[in-house]
Design a protein around this ligand. Structure first.
Ligand SMILES: NC(=O)c1ccc[n+]([C@@H]2O[C@H](COP(=O)([O-])OP(=O)(O)OC[C@H]3O[C@@H](n4cnc5c(N)ncnc54)[C@H](OP(=O)(O)O)[C@@H]3O)[C@@H](O)[C@H]2O)c1
Length: 310
């Protein structure tokens, strides 16, 4: 049995589908099991249990009988933190991971797969990179056999990043981009990422490795958005908004009960862009990956539209 934390999310749900297709027994942890069961309906071998990474006891119960686990979580509405509700990188991603490791003590877990992120670095001045780096360190020190995967930008049906830009193009004559958009990214299609992560659950040679996960092409943020708009049939000029201006706009918003934007989230969006070194990925998993153009065609191209729940 494989326990999946984040099995209702964009990446986690794709991995669950992949594992189920392989005939694996999967247990999804979800804060709202009823909603999760509806999402999982029809997937053979997949069960759903209630749980929350803030409640170590629920993790302990979920781990019962599991040999492997996948952690692919982030707080709702990431990267816009809501400190009043404890929905922050530190509370959910880092403390949640530590709670999981505590719950896993004494459990005969053969492997933990952790979905981290490109650029994870415990010494970084940026919260997101630091939190990911610290979570990785906690896992490495736990003594558990582990595989750490660091995805670059994962896109596809159900993602909330690229699809946000496509949504804006529905209503606006131009699409706003924070910063100059020249940061480079190696986008990877969701089904390719999911297949590789599922391989990480089993592949013996991946044990205790950190593996960067990205597609074959390195593109600028501008190229990524422009190409997606083109394939979606909504070509629009990009409007570059200075990071400092967006941060100034976001500053007062952070004090609202449910902030729509925070300065930190602006910075997050503007700094996403670490390019993956995919040497280990290729040596270990020999992946076949869609080109960015083909990935876009797969879900945005005319007649190809793949619809999936977020
Ligand atoms: N998407 C990308 O392009 C990308 C790139 C690099 C790294 N990553 C990393 O990949 C991981 C997954 O990302 P994603 O895009 O799939 O995120 P997502 O779609 O937002 O899904 C987040 C998942 O976390 C779960 N979750 C949230 N709070 C929880 C809690 N308190 N207890 C238990 N589960 C909780 C959610 O479950 P419920 O709300 O149903 O309970 C959901 O299944 C994240 O760590 C992210 O940083 C993603």
């Amino acid at each position: 049995m494989i326990l999946v934390l984040g099995g209702t999310g964009f990446i986690g749900s794709a991995v669950v589908r992949e594992l189920a297709a392989q005939g694996q027994q999967v247990r999804c942890l979800a804060r709202d099991p009823q909603r999760a069961r509806a999402l999982r309906a029809g997937l053979a071998g997949v069960e759903v249990v209630a749980g929350d990474v803030r409640q170590t006891e629920s993790l302990r119960a979920a781990l019962d009988g599991c040999e492997r686990a996948l952690v692919a979580i982030q707080f709702p509405n990431c990267p816009i933190e809501n400190r009043r509700r404890g929905l922050t990188f530190a509370q959910i991603e880092l403390q949640g991971c530590r709670n999981f490791l505590e719950a896993a003590q004494g459990v005969k877990l053969k492997r933990l797969v952790y979905v981290s992120g490109a650029g994870a670095d415990k010494a970084s001045s940026k919260e997101w990179f630091r939190v990911k780096g610290l979570a990785e360190e906690a896992i490495q020190r736990s003594g558990l056999e582990h595989v750490i995967l660091r995805p670059s930008w994962v896109y596809g049906p159900g993602d909330r990043s690229l699809n946000r830009f496509l949504g804006l193009a529905r209503w606006l004559p131009c699409v706003p981009v924070i910063g100059d958009g020249r940061q480079t990214i190696a986008p990877i299609y969701i089904d390719d990422a999911a297949r590789i992560i599922a391989q990480g659950v089993e592949e013996p040679a991946a044990a205790n490795r950190i593996i960067e996960l990205g597609g074959d092409e390195v593109l600028t943020f501008n190229e990524i958005i422009r190409q997606a708009l083109q394939v979606a049939g909504r070509p629009r000029p990009l409007l570059h908004v200075p990071v400092s201006l967006m941060k100034a706009v976001a500053w007062p918003l952070q004090f609202l009960l449910g902030p729509p934007l925070t300065p930190q989230a602006v910075e997050f969006v503007a700094t996403v862009g670490a390019v993956s070194d995919t040497a280990a990925l290729k040596a270990l998993f020999h992946p076949t990956m869609l080109s960015y153009e083909n990935g876009l065609q797969r879900y945005l191209g005319k007649g190809n539209a793949v619809r999936r729940p977020a």
